[in-house]
Design a protein around this ligand. Structure first.
Ligand SMILES: Cc1ncc(COP(=O)(O)O)c(C=O)c1O
Length: 384
């Protein structure tokens, strides 16, 4: 069911953009966060049906779009939301930018937890806000939150950009951890902007939508999308859930100022189909991804390659601790990209705390990962 499909010559970032990214396309691309597997049948059919109508003009968001999101939030995360809380958006990263503009001024402090998916920090810097870095603590192969530091940062902050689940560490935050964050943010009047784009792919734990915490519900913005989950990131369709009316209106003003106001007819159809009929597919996908994670982890261990994957609690992205290879970052990239011919993300792109790490996208078939692991093994043996 989850075979890797040849994506070359479809203008894909991952394959066709590999040369620009790595300086070579003679590699197996295992980087940008989309998958090599087909979107669910229900999504394909909805898009094909829409494509048959030959006019692709300006499009409104139908009632069913809102209802699909409401139902998904309820059944997946137990969060009951009202239709008017939902604001259609064009991508989570654009929304992070609009939210920063809406709720802060130049020089204001914005907390982030690093290492981190790069657009968080760049969005803050591009708007001349002050990045307040709450570095995650890495100990015994696990990342956790330094709450004392978080509280100190909260005293100086206006916003907290939460990444939940967290990219690249793949942490699915526990309810206890989130409750503590909520308490601190409420105490110091810090607005939480929560990027929950990876919420659907959490393995053994439960995802807790931040807006479902009663205490913060009126003081948060939740950003989500079916894009990662159903492999439809190219359709640029996401949404914000903002329970508080004033906060919602401020977001809408910032978004409208960007000049984008219409929906994407294909994105709307895909979202409705995925959320209405895609649940079984998602459960099967999670099993497939989990077995890929086990495969990679076991392979590295069995072959005694000194690369240790952080336990992948969520996402289809494995965060690999490569410090055991005893290479500097340049050598590490050279080892993966030019020697093993594997296009992984450079850990340092996620901030200085990513030094010694690489990020591996396992959202592909087992066969592709087998090729990748064999190349890694051969290169490792040749280089020791
Ligand atoms: C945490 C996180 N947020 C946002 C995005 C991108 O979202 P969008 O394509 O909706 O802007 C990604 C993609 O990798 C991501 O990992």
């Amino acid at each position: 069911m989850f075979k890797a499909i040849n994506r070359e010559n479809t203008y894909t970032t991952k394959y066709d953009g590999a040369k620009k990214k790595f300086g070579t396309d003679d590699l197996l691309p295992l980087w940008v966060a989309d998958m090599d597997v087909a979107s669910p049948q229900c999504v394909q059919e909805a898009l094909q049906k829409r494509a048959l109508h030959p006019i692709y003009g300006y499009t409104n968001y139908p009632k069913n779009y809102y209802v699909s999101i409401q139902n998904w939030m309820q059944k997946r995360f137990g969060w009951q939301i009202k239709q008017e809380w939902i604001v259609p958006c064009y991508g989570v990263v654009p929304s992070l930018n609009f939210a920063i503009s809406a709720y802060s001024d130049e020089g204001d402090g914005v907390i982030v937890q690093t290492p981190l998916y790069p657009p968080f920090v760049s969005s803050i810097k591009n708007k001349n806000r002050n990045v307040l870095e709450n570095a995650l603590v890495y100990a015994h192969g696990k990342y956790s939150i330094d709450f004392e530091d978080f509280e100190n940062k909260a005293k100086q902050a206006k916003l907290f950009l939460l990444c939940s689940p967290h990219n690249p560490t793949s942490r699915a935050w526990d309810k206890k951890e989130l409750a503590r964050i909520v308490d601190i943010c409420v105490s110091y009047d810090v607005l939480i902007i929560s990027d929950e784009i990876h919420a659907d792919v959490v393995y053994e734990k439960t995802h807790h939508a931040i807006g479902a915490f009663e205490k913060i519900m009126q003081h948060c913005v939740v950003l989500n999308a079916p894009s990662k989950t159903f492999n439809i990131a190219g359709l640029n369709t996401s949404y914000a859930i903002i329970p508080n009316q004033k906060i919602r209106e401020a977001y809408i003003v910032a978004q409208n100022r960007s000049g984008i106001t219409n929906g994407n007819p294909f994105g709307i159809e895909a979202l409705i189909a995925a959320y209405s009929y895609g649940e079984d597919w998602l459960e099967a996908l999670k099993k497939h991804l989990q077995s890929n994670i086990v495969y990679v982890t076991t392979f590295l261990e069995k072959e005694k390659i000194p690369i240790v994957p952080i336990k992948t609690e969520a996402t289809f992205l494995m965060w690999l601790d490569c410090k055991g290879l005893v290479m500097n970052q340049k050598e590490l990239v050279d080892f993966f990209v030019f020697k093993a011919k594997l296009g992984l993300n450079n850990g340092i792109d996620f901030g200085y705390l990513g030094e010694g790490f690489m990020r591996l996208n396992i959202g592909t078939s087992r066969e592709v990962l087998e090729v990748a692991m064999q190349r890694l093994l051969l290169t490792y043996r040749r280089n020791i």
